[in-house]
Write a protein of this length. Structure first.
Length: 155
């Protein structure tokens, strides 16, 4: 049975020094998948107390560079961070609330989609973002429509 790797082990394996800010940031990203930098800063400050925004941004950049964290940038949204790295998964984003969920590749191994013309590029990854409405926002919209229809019929 393989021992689960700790955050400290992951940092060491990536040749990064183990520091309190790095541990706190990687822990925050791990516990709050798809969080933006502000949410990560809030979680780190809750754990460590005082830490500068720049320190968290610097740690995030180092973790992305070390392939411990993936940065995604849905259109119209701040960058988001996740610890699911090393696979070629995609994302679905709610147009109403901005919630993000992982979507596994539909067609197998990376890049899992093939461009009709590579223009000479050696393509190794396809990044797809699906857009739609999450179940909670869909339910709220349907309730609002029902309320509106009920109000109209009472008049």
């Amino acid at each position: 049975m393989e021992k689960e790797r700790t955050i400290e082990d992951l940092l060491r394996a990536a040749s990064l020094r183990v520091t309190r800010p790095r541990v706190a940031v990687l822990s925050a990203v791990s516990n709050h998948s798809h969080a933006d930098a502000d949410a990560i800063i809030g979680a780190v400050r809750t754990e460590l107390g005082s830490v500068s925004k720049q320190a968290v941004y610097d740690v995030l950049a180092a973790l992305v560079e070390a392939d411990l964290v993936r940065r995604i940038e849905p259109s119209g949204s701040p960058a988001r961070f996740e610890t699911r790295v090393g696979d070629n998964h995609h994302h679905v984003v709610c147009r109403s609330c901005g919630d993000i969920a992982d979507v596994d590749c539909a067609l197998g191994a990376a890049p899992c989609l093939h461009a009709s013309d590579s223009h000479g590029f050696s393509i190794d990854e396809a990044e797809v973002i699906y857009w739609g409405t999450c179940p909670d926002c869909t339910a709220k919209r349907l309730l609002n429509e029902q309320d509106l229809n009920t109000t109209r019929s009472e008049k």
